[in-house]
Design a protein around this ligand. Structure first.
Ligand code: KE4
Length: 434
């Protein structure tokens, strides 16, 4: 792959951006603080490919952090958005479109009997937590070390993703009283959760969990773990919130709850259901959801919730991923990529391991053959990842700019993209071995 090394326009834009946007970015993980160097500014995307401000092209394994499961600028998504643009962008009133999306979500995720659309994953988790507290009358919430549920005050406690990358798991600005309402336990450790519940179970409104942890890189649940979490929460009358903002419609058509056959009480969604436009959602048992305003005493609202443009994009994406064989093909493409990377790393005797669930994956410079805990993730060679990231970037492969993020494949990634990626990776591993 030939790659234009000139990134002067990106550098100029970053200088301008830093003059008026904190850190020059609208979300911390984009700033390349986890890998060094300056962020690339992009201009366009098409299928599996991105083009930056200097005209360099990249194969994209970030996919806007998960939403672009069909790749960039999908023809049907574009056509539907163009059509909707002529009809209006927002009404601040109900539309048939949002009913259609709500019906589709409930159909694809049977545990979701009723759903409220919002504008981001953070809004979804924030609202689900408030709802769980309102429904149970309890205040404590349990999350897992390394998991990230958006920048909700109560969740920025040992958070994953950007907060972890920045090396500051606890954020300033969070009142001690708020943080003290949140318990944090290790992921994939049912005994630790059981012990916490034995002492505090009756105070706990809900457990919120990423059924596949995608914010400390990609850490799948151990066999039976999610079932144990479900049993523990049921035993103490606490709600189980599956944060499927990332896994929803990414790891399987029915999300992680279908893949692992678990029925949570509430589910939060985002990313894929907006097809690249701002949509989040939270839903679950009708008895719980009916506690929400305007019919119930738990308040929640949003000016642009159920936005016609965003819902239009989401509906097309859910229709496309519902087609027979979609997830088999996505999973296979992802597996082919990872098998290729692993065999190249082995060929060069580089300590490297991968994880995969459906169309999301993790790559680690780590000697452990199987990653299942936050502690193991933290033993990864981050410096080596930084070199790998930039070596791949220089060859036109755009990976998540952090050792603590999952990667994503789209249906637009084909044999050619995988071939080019593996060719680039071989050069990287050869260089890393020197
Ligand atoms: P948003 O508010 O960023 O839409 O969603 C928050 C969120 C909630 N739950 C899970 C499981 C998530 O992964 C996220 C957001 N994911 C990160 C990437 N790992 C978003 C990228 C960013 O922060 O810029």
């Amino acid at each position: 792959m030939t790659h234009n090394q000139d990134t002067a326009k990106s550098a100029q834009l970053f200088t301008r951006a830093q003059a008026c946007i904190p850190g020059g970015v609208n979300s911390p993980v984009r700033a390349f603080r986890g890998v060094g160097g300056n962020p690339v500014f992009f201009k366009s995307g098409n299928g599996a490919w991105l083009t930056d401000a200097d005209g360099n092209r990249y194969i994209d394994y970030v996919g806007a952090w998960g939403p672009l499961i069909l790749g960039h600028s999908h023809a049907r998504v574009r056509a539907a958005l163009h059509n909707q643009l002529d009809l209006g962008t927002a009404f601040g009133a109900p539309t048939e479109l949002e009913v259609q999306l709500a019906e589709r979500i409930c159909q694809l995720m049977p545990s979701v009997e009723s759903v409220r659309l919002v504008n981001s994953g953070t809004e979804a988790t924030m609202s689900a937590i408030r709802l769980a507290r309102g429904y149970t009358g309890r205040e404590k919430i349990v999350k897992f070390e390394g998991c990230y549920h958006g920048h909700v005050d109560s969740m920025l406690v040992k958070a994953g993703s950007g907060a972890l990358t920045l090396g500051a798991p606890d954020s300033l600005g969070i009142p001690a009283a708020t943080a003290q309402q949140t318990f944090v336990v290790p992921y994939n450790d049912a005994d630790a959760l059981a012990l916490l519940f034995a002492t505090s179970g009756k105070e706990i409104a809900a457990v919120i969990i990423e059924p596949v942890a995608g914010n400390m890189n990609c850490v799948p649940p151990l066999p039976g773990y999610l079932k144990q979490v479900r049993e523990i929460t049921e035993k103490y009358g606490s709600l189980l919130i599956f944060d499927e903002v990332m896994t929803g419609f990414r790891v399987a058509l029915g999300g992680a709850q279908q893949l692992y056959n678990i029925k949570p009480d509430l589910t939060t969604l985002g990313k894929v259901i907006g097809g690249g436009l701002p949509v989040g959602a939270f839903g679950g048992k009708k008895a719980i959801m009916d506690m929400l305003s305007p019919i119930g005493p738990v308040y929640q609202a949003g000016t642009l919730s159920g936005n016609p443009l965003a819902v239009t994009a989401g509906m097309v994406v859910l229709d496309e991923i519902s087609k027979p064989g979609f997830f088999d093909a996505l999973t296979q493409t992802t597996a082919t990529l990872l098998q290729g990377l692993q065999s190249l790393a082995d060929q060069y005797a580089i300590e490297f391991t991968t994880t995969q669930v459906g169309g999301m994956f993790g790559c680690y410079f780590n000697k452990s053959p199987a990653i299942s805990t936050f502690a193991q993730v933290m033993q990864s060679d981050v410096e080596r990842f930084k070199r790998y990231f930039h070596l791949m970037l220089d060859q036109g492969i755009y990976l998540a700019p952090s050792a603590f993020e999952a990667g994503f494949v789209s249906s637009a990634h084909g044999a050619n993209e995988i071939k080019l990626t593996l060719e680039a990776a071989e050069k990287c591993f050869a260089t890393l071995k020197q």
